[in-house]
Design a protein around this ligand. Structure first.
Ligand code: ACM
Ligand code: ZN
Length: 764
């Protein structure tokens, strides 16, 4: 009997624990709210009552309608809800000093209440509520087919850290449909972002209808490709209004960017008389920066851009308007009589001041229309317009300078905010413009530079991610480049700095990926990663994989076959005993897979070390060669011009001033047999051979980049040869090693013996 009782008790306990587990709310909100308290229970919430709103404020009703569509609740009722569970959206008068975007959200047995002092705050509460619900709420029909949902019992108080939480999209280099622009706006909305920066004009295409200048779209929206085909597209003013209204219904402001004075070739193709030279021009099909820009001398240019801006202002109610201002070469202005005349008349010392004049005129015009000017940080050159807001992209220096001058700034430095950069190993990524900006780096961004005082820091309105589209020809690819990095940026601009934790963010991202799946977004699935691209081993190799998508499985093969066809699910380190090509992908729950990574593992015999005569001589022998080499093997046909002995790897003190080559030789001592990794950094080319093996081939002309290689080395001395050449320009050479307990460091001098006089005694 006693036994029975205790077994029974255990069963009850198990059942209790089990049901508690089932009920434990799994709350994963992005961006992380300021204050979130979770009760360990779920509440059943019926979906058969109207949504109550505290007033008939039109935007509050917009927010209610938005939520109703997601939940299949049609109709709303104004007033305090009757007893019984329902959703209550309550807007209260703003208290002084309260962040206008703040909200509270409470879910309990009485119902769901979102309270804020603006409809916008209520909308953010709604976004948080959606993230408490199953991811399918983000699908086309939401969760409309259900009669009730389970909601975690929570109490949340939340508000954004920054007022400017933006995402940019360049529709000049490539054009995207209105439907897609709306989807992009939905992506912003779910992240509580509030500015869509719409980059509408470029050298490669003018994308907005301007009624007074029809040729802007008739001619300026089309470009000829190299293969003779035509590429183009533009938004009619009706479509622009539709986008602006759609964004407004998601509490997002749309900031148009009309580029000037540079990046204007599409406009000049339509109206060449606005240039310094008179043209003719073709809408540019190559990327890069054009020398042809608007003429800053002719009065007709100012009339034109003001006419254009007048139509733009009528379409976009947002206070801010971006006039570009970046990358404007001054070559044409320097030779243009009109530009020079205007400079002389205005007492301007150089073309920078002419640019400043141009931007100031635009600002005066915008202010007269009740708008504020935003420009890229080049608008600092020649003097900032009095009230301009600076968007800092060439690093943070422009933003810092502008904030110190008392101007508002929006941070968007390339290193952290350019989502056209690669987000993973280039070998596996679709072609991108360059750079490297992975999810973790975006997440690490701090928009307020430490250099600023508290008062100056207040000028940092926020930050934004930029999606330039030279290499993003499809809408799917925009999604791939924007997500998940937008999620990281959202948390950077919304959540308190002290709550930012990358591992926890990745945990929360699991649910976010499911939401993206429901929205059918082609986000980047993080690839599996391990510590290196290639491995050398002597006996067995144990390979660990990791993926930044915590709920993804990793599928892998070790025989070179396609892991999506024949892959095993990774669950523990892969142990290899022979040469292998490992191919791996991450696979999300939805079935979407990442790009495939390929890793080589080579089993090597250890090279046999040798013993040197007792009289070993420390140092490295080197020979210098004179000549312009393109490769390290070019030195083979040359005679050494000088030689010597040095003590550590690098460039000898005296090298020919002209392009030159260098060969270093000697022995390297290994005490502990095993696999060693060498790191060769050089500008230009270099190679490292140990014994009979080429360990690193970093040959050819290049910038100071590092390449690594491994090799298995037995105990004793090993002969090596390190070759290097400098083809002109900067020169550098550095060699480090690691392995068998040695952290990356230069090879110590006592482990290097000169070849001269060294007598090889015997194989060890
Ligand atoms: C820019 O990336 N040219 C602002
Ligand atoms: Zn000119």
């Amino acid at each position: 009997m006693k036994k029975f009782v205790s077994l029974f008790a255990v069963l009850i306990l198990i059942a209790a624990v089990w049901s508690c587990r089932n009920e434990t709310p799994d709350v994963r909100i992005i961006p992380q709210p300021v204050m979130l308290s979770i009760d360990p229970q779920m509440v059943n919430f019926p979906l058969n009552k109207p949504i109550y709103t505290s007033s008939n404020d039109s935007m509050l009703l917009v927010a209610a309608g938005y939520l109703g569509t997601k939940l299949g609740i049609h109709g709303y009722q104004i007033g305090v809800p009757n007893p019984g569970k329902c959703i209550y959206l309550k807007m209260v008068d703003p208290a002084p000093g309260v962040n206008p975007e703040s909200y509270t959200l409470v879910t309990d047995r009485k119902g769901i209440m979102i309270q804020a002092n603006s409809a916008k705050g209520v909308f953010y509460g709604i976004q948080t509520l959606l993230q408490l619900l199953p991811p399918e709420v983000y699908g086309d029909v939401g969760i409309t087919r259900k009669s009730y949902v389970k909601v975690p019992k929570v109490s949340i108080q939340d508000q954004p850290r920054y007022a400017w939480r933006g995402m940019h999209l360049d529709v000049g280099r490539h054009f995207y449909s209105v439907e897609f622009i709306k989807k992009y706006i939905d992506m912003l909305a779910m992240h509580k972002m509030n500015v869509f920066h719409w980059h509408l004009t470029e050298d490669q295409g003018w994308r907005i209808e301007i009624k007074k200048y029809p040729r802007l779209t008739e001619i300026g929206s089309l470009r000829k490709n190299a293969d003779g085909t035509t590429y183009g597209g533009f938004y009619t003013q009706e479509q622009v209004k539709e986008v602006v209204a759609y964004a407004a219904s998601r509490f997002i402001d749309v900031m148009p960017e009309i580029e000037m004075p540079g990046h204007s070739v599409a406009a000049l193709a339509a109206y060449p008389e606005l240039s310094c030279t008179g043209g003719p021009f073709e809408v540019r099909s190559a990327w890069g920066v054009s020398e042809d820009v608007y003429c800053a001398g002719k009065e007709s240019t100012y009339k034109f851009v003001q006419d254009v801006l007048s139509e733009v202002i009528a379409l976009f109610p947002f206070k801010y308007l971006h006039i570009g201002g970046d990358e404007c070469p001054k070559t044409r202005w320097a030779k243009c009589p009109d530009c020079q005349r205007r400079m002389k008349a205005g007492g301007m010392k150089n073309e920078m001041e002419l640019q400043s004049y141009f931007i100031r005129r635009m600002e005066t015009f915008l202010i007269s229309k009740n708008r504020s000017l935003v420009g890229w940080d080049e608008i600092l050159e020649g003097g900032l317009a009095p009230e301009a807001t600076v968007m800092s992209w060439r690093g943070e220096a422009g933003g810092i300078e502008a904030a110190r001058q008392g101007h508002d700034v929006i941070m968007s430095p390339t290193d952290y905010c350019y989502f056209d950069f690669y987000q993973g190993d280039r070998r596996y990524e679709p072609k991108a413009i360059g750079g490297f900006l992975n999810l973790e780096k975006v997440y690490s961004y701090e928009p307020t530079p430490a250099e600023l005082t508290a008062a100056e820091g207040k000028h940092v309105l926020g930050a934004q991610g930029n999606v330039w589209t030279e290499y993003i020809s499809t809408e799917k690819q925009v999604e791939y480049m924007a997500l998940p990095r937008m999620s990281a940026m959202a948390e950077v601009v919304w959540s308190p700095r002290e709550l930012r934790d990358y591992e926890k963010f990745l945990f929360r991202m699991e649910r976010q990926y499911e939401r993206f799946d429901a929205m059918r977004i082609n986000y980047r699935v993080p690839t599996p990663v391990t510590t290196a691209d290639s491995f050398i081993f002597t006996d067995t190799l144990s390979l660990d994989f990791y993926t930044a998508a915590q709920n993804a499985e990793i599928l892998y093969t070790v025989d070179g076959s396609d892991p999506q066809v024949s892959g095993k699910v990774y669950s523990e380190p892969i142990v290899l005993k022979a040469n292998a090509t490992i191919k791996a992908v991450s696979r999300m729950k939805s079935g979407r897979t990442s790009a495939m990574v390929e890793i080589s593992a080579e089993k090597q015999e250890m090279l046999t070390g040798m013993q040197l005569s007792a009289g070993e001589i420390k140092g490295i022998d080197y020979d210098l060669y004179s000549g312009l080499f393109k490769s390290t093997i070019d030195m083979d046909s040359q005679k050494s011009v000088s030689r010597g002995v040095m003590t550590s790897f690098g460039l000898p003190e005296k090298v020919p001033s002209k392009p030159f080559g260098l060969i270093m030789r000697g022995y390297i001592k290994i005490e502990k047999p095993g696999v060693y990794r060498f790191y060769l950094k050089s500008d230009d080319g270099s190679t490292l051979t140990i014994g009979s093996r080429e360990v690193i081939n970093h040959d050819g002309e290049h910038a100071p980049t590092e390449k690594t290689g491994e090799t298995a080395l037995g105990k004793g001395w090993h002969m090596y040869e390190l070759r290097y050449f400098d083809a002109g320009g900067a020169k550098s050479l550095e060699l480090n090693w690691s392995g068998m307990g040695i952290a990356k460091e230069p090879v110590p001098a006592e482990k290097l013996a000169s070849l001269t006089n060294a007598i090889v005694m015997m194989a060890h």
